[in-house]
Design a protein. Structure first.
Length: 178
C-alpha cells in the first residue's frame, strides 16, 4: 500500500513538473517590420502596439499597463557618443518632467547586445512607479532602448523577466550569422 501511494505521488509530481515547464516556456517575438527579435518569458506579456511599415514602435504589457509596460525604440547616435551621454539626454528630454522623478544608478549590461541600464522612480496617479531602461548598442550609430516601467513593487517582482527579455534581444542579421 505504501509503495502505491509513493508511486502515485511521484507520478503526480512528474505531471506537475511537466505542466509547469510547458506553461513557462518562452516564445519568440519577431516581426517583418523590425530588425530584431527577443524571447518573451511568459504568456502574461501581450503585444499592445505592433510595428508597421511606417511606425516601428512595439509595446507589450504585463497583464496591465500599471504592472509592466515595455516600449522599444530605435535611436540613431553619433559614432563616438557614449551611452552615458545618451542616457543623460533621455533624462533631460523626457524623464525629469515625470512627477516625483528620482534618478537611480546606471549599470553595465551584457546580453546578445552590450549596453547600460538606467533605473529611476516616479509617481503616477499617487502610486510609486519605477522605470528600468536598457540602452543596447547595435553597431556604431544605433542604440535600442527597451523602456520598462510599472508599479515599483510589481516591476521589482518581474525583474528576472525584464532582464531576460533584454538579454535575448538581438538583431536578426546577427542571429543568422550565429
Amino acid at each position: 500500500m505504501k509503495h502505491r501511494i509513493s508511486t502515485g505521488l511521484v507520478a503526480l509530481f512528474i505531471c506537475f513538473a511537466f505542466q509547469q515547464s510547458a506553461m513557462s516556456q518562452s516564445q519568440s517575438f519577431s516581426d517583418v517590420n523590425v530588425e530584431y527579435t527577443f524571447e518573451i518569458p511568459e504568456t502574461t506579456w501581450k503585444v499592445t502596439t505592433k510595428p508597421t511599415v511606417s511606425n516601428s514602435t512595439v509595446e507589450f504589457v504585463y497583464g496591465d499597463r500599471m504592472d509592466g509596460l515595455l516600449e522599444i525604440r530605435k535611436m540613431n547616435v553619433k559614432s563616438d557618443e557614449l551611452l552615458s551621454d545618451v542616457i543623460s539626454r533621455e533624462q533631460e528630454q523626457r524623464l525629469q518632467f515625470k512627477p516625483g522623478f528620482v534618478a537611480g544608478k546606471e549599470e553595465n549590461f551584457q546580453g546578445f547586445l552590450k549596453g547600460k541600464i538606467f533605473n529611476w522612480e516616479f509617481t503616477q496617479a499617487g502610486k510609486n512607479m519605477s522605470g528600468r531602461y536598457y540602452f543596447l548598442k547595435s553597431g556604431d550609430t544605433t542604440v535600442y532602448i527597451l523602456r520598462f516601467s510599472g508599479l515599483r513593487e510589481k516591476l521589482r517582482s518581474i525583474r528576472n523577466q525584464v532582464d531576460s527579455i533584454a538579454r535575448t534581444f538581438k538583431i536578426k542579421s546577427e542571429e543568422k550569422e550565429n
